[in-house]
Design a protein around this ligand. Structure first.
Ligand code: HEC
Ligand code: HEC
Ligand code: HEC
Ligand code: HEC
Ligand code: HEC
Ligand code: HEC
Ligand code: HEC
Ligand code: HEC
Length: 440
């Protein structure tokens, strides 16, 4: 016990005064900033950067010619610390992050979502909405300070003046830059939630999310390496499955490396090298589940994705194209009632369904998901297609739709011909037995 105390005392003395541990420049920054921005200095005090002697100047220093350089009390510094700046010391993480879809997320203007944000909404809404998740194009004022319409911003695909993409502090909040914090699901939940990509909500209702809340304190989340099945075994977080190490898989900063599907597109798409990517994800699962279990999970997922695609997504997409080509509705997005129904069908409901299935959230797979897809397909989309065809004086267009998409697929038979009588009787009997009631 005594020797432990001596050890602690010695290490405290070894830490010594700030000046001895840090560069001369950083010591000067600290002289002012301990007064000026006390909170920042305290956050940094708690970080591994502090332990490693990496100070204010090491991150914020700039060259005179840099686009974002500014004079600051005798120093040349930049407010921005881009992935390229972090990458000077963290090359591997930067290379993976730059190659990921995350880094591309700032290029959103020419999408249908972009039209919705810029035109249907308006630019100030894009600045505080879309751009806070996706990333702004950061603009610099003449004196090196940052244009307030583009910063503060830590969007995942921010476009930086030095040409690098993204922001490491999208996940590693400053100035602690703690990997323990980045491993927590709430980090991803800043962006991955809501009506169109509710990964956080799906996760929270999954067994994995339930276990995370039950055993968070036992997950050893501060370990230098955090390996599934070795450092922890009770629960997974988003990072476990998409980034951290497990099985033969090393940690990665490319969150797409383990995805076999793109489930956010209107019609799902297999990724390039999808089998290899799926095998990588299976390495993580296999720390806690048998191969058969994981194989069966993916079989359920694939069958569900196929159901969504072939029964609803492909027909809905092609029906809209047909309505455009036949002149029933005007070209373009969001200028017709049916455009909005279609948009929510794939962008909200269809994504929720697929994300629910991919991450074991049954309520999202069905009630917030495929149930809504089916309801709106049958009770809004098809009726709107019929009405608009009739209004345009082209009822034959809807007739062709029925023939091509509904009559040809027996899964839609009930919509055209009603339910089977025998089936209805069975249902009546079920309620009679269960509640001693009939339903009409
Ligand atoms: C002579 C005192 C002084 C020194 C030395 C100093 N700063 Fe500052 N710095 C300030 C003050 C004061 C502010 C404004 C704080 C505020 O707005 O509350 C500031 C602001 C900043 C900002 C934010 C600028 C902005 O426009 O938002 C950064 C980044 C910064 N300092 C970094 C540094 C770094 C890095 C060093 C060392 C290389 C350093 N400072 C040295 C006093 C100083
Ligand atoms: C590991 C790198 C790193 C270190 C060390 C670091 N910073 Fe920063 N700092 C950042 C990043 C990243 C940002 C956010 C800028 C951006 O959006 O790119 C930032 C932003 C800031 C800002 C403006 C944002 C705000 O919230 O007001 C100030 C001021 C600042 N740092 C001061 C300091 C001071 C003082 C120190 C030393 C105690 C320091 N920084 C150490 C990376 C660092
Ligand atoms: C001058 C070199 C340098 C720069 C610049 C730098 N770092 Fe670091 N970073 C280090 C060192 C050294 C460590 C400690 C390594 C260790 O503990 O193994 C570290 C550790 C880390 C860790 C692990 C912290 C933990 O909880 O263990 C993270 C995360 C991190 N850095 C992120 C960043 C980010 C993000 C930036 C840019 C905003 C950045 N670093 C800039 C040198 C740097
Ligand atoms: C709360 C954060 C957030 C906001 C706000 C947000 N997005 Fe997104 N967006 C995301 C996430 C997360 C994804 C990825 C969804 C997935 O993988 O399932 C995404 C996906 C996208 C995609 C598809 C990218 C691809 O590769 O398929 C586009 C385009 C897009 N968003 C544009 C926008 C626009 C434009 C706005 C504003 C009108 C906006 N987003 C608002 C977080 C956000
Ligand atoms: C999408 C969120 C996210 C982004 C963006 C991100 N990181 Fe990380 N980072 C993590 C997670 C999660 C971990 C912990 C992985 C694990 O469990 O070992 C981590 C770990 C690290 C570590 C510790 C590595 C180690 O093995 O000790 C460093 C250093 C780091 N990140 C640097 C960066 C840098 C530099 C950037 C920007 C180029 C960046 N990160 C961007 C989520 C992120
Ligand atoms: C600041 C917002 C933000 C944060 C934080 C964030 N993401 Fe993302 N993520 C996005 C956006 C936006 C996209 C869509 C990018 C695109 O395709 O344009 C995305 C895409 C993804 C994808 C699909 C990648 C691909 O290659 O198709 C995965 C997986 C993902 N994120 C996982 C995570 C995880 C895990 C975390 C937390 C450790 C996280 N994200 C943190 C915004 C964010
Ligand atoms: C138990 C592991 C696991 C956990 C925990 C997990 N995911 Fe996933 N995630 C998956 C699987 C499996 C897929 C689908 C993989 C495929 O395409 O083959 C997926 C897909 C995704 C996608 C891609 C969606 C698209 O549009 O294609 C995103 C984004 C994502 N997850 C984010 C998250 C976030 C954020 C969290 C935490 C809130 C999280 N995940 C938690 C396993 C997990
Ligand atoms: C760190 C351990 C761990 C990892 C890694 C892990 N899981 Fe799990 N998973 C569990 C535990 C524990 C349960 C709860 C078992 C139970 O229901 O009793 C569970 C439950 C499940 C369930 C059942 C859901 C339900 O509602 O009954 C599925 C499906 C599942 N996991 C799939 C996966 C997939 C796919 C992966 C990899 C992408 C994965 N898990 C990774 C620990 C893990």
């Amino acid at each position: 016990m005594l020797s432990l105390l001596v050890l602690v005392a010695c290490s405290l003395m070894a830490a010594g005064p700030a000046a001895a541990r840090f560069s001369e420049q950083t010591s000067e920054c600290l002289e002012c900033h301990t007064e000026g921005t006390m909170g920042i200095v305290k956050q940094w005090d708690k970080s591994n950067h502090w332990n490693a002697g990496v100070g204010c100047y090491e991150c914020h220093k700039a060259e005179k010619g840099d686009k974002d350089a500014m004079d600051h009390n005798g120093f040349t510094i930049a407010i921005l610390v881009s992935p390229k700046d972090c990458g000077k010391c963290h090359e591997k993480e930067m290379a993976e992050q730059q190659a990921s879809h995350h880094a591309e997320a700032g290029n959103i203007i020419n999408s249908a979502d972009g039209l919705l944000g810029q035109t249907v909404g308006g630019p100030p809404a894009v600045a505080v909405g879309c751009r806070q998740c996706h990333g702004s194009v950061v603009l610099i004022n003449k004196d090196g300070t940052l244009d307030p319409s583009t910063w503060p911003n830590t969007g995942i695909g921010r476009i930086n003046p030095d040409g690098s993409k993204g922001s490491c502090s999208a996940c590693h909040t400053r100035h602690r830059f703690s990997k323990e914090q980045a491993r927590k699901p709430e980090v991803c939940g800043k962006c991955h939630l809501g009506p169109d990509h509710p990964q956080l909500e799906v996760y929270e209702e999954s067994k994995h999310g339930i276990l995370y809340r039950a055993f968070e304190d036992e997950l050893n989340m501060g370990q230098p390496k955090w390996v599934a099945g070795v450092d922890y075994f009770d629960a997974t977080t988003c990072a476990s499955c998409h980034m951290s190490a497990g099985g033969k898989e090393d940690v990665t900063h490319d969150v797409g490396e383990r995805l076999s599907w793109n489930l956010r597109a209107p019609v799902s798409k297999k990724m390039e090298n999808s089998e290899k990517k799926r095998a990588a994800m299976e390495q993580i699962c296999s720390a806690c589940h048998s191969d058969d279990f994981v194989g069966s999970f993916y079989k359920q997922l694939d069958e569900f994705v196929e159901l969504y695609d072939t029964k609803f997504a492909i027909p809905a997409k092609e029906i809209r194209t047909m309505l455009h080509e036949e002149g029933v509705i005007p070209a373009g997005d969001f200028n017709d009632e049916i455009d909005w129904i279609y948009w929510e069908l794939w962008h909200h409901e269809g994504r929720r369904a697929r994300h629910g299935a991919a991450m074991s959230g049954p309520d999202y797979a069905w009630w917030h998901g495929l149930y809504e897809v089916a309801k709106h397909f049958y009770t809004e989309y098809l009726p709107a297609a019929r009405e608009l065809s009739e209004k345009a004086g082209k009822p034959e267009v809807y007739e062709a739709i029925v023939k091509k998409y509904l009559e040809s697929d027996e899964r839609h038979e009930w919509y055209l011909k009603g339910f089977d009588q025998k089936k209805l009787e069975e249902i009546q009997n079920y309620y009679q037995e269960r509640y001693q009631q009939k339903v009409d």
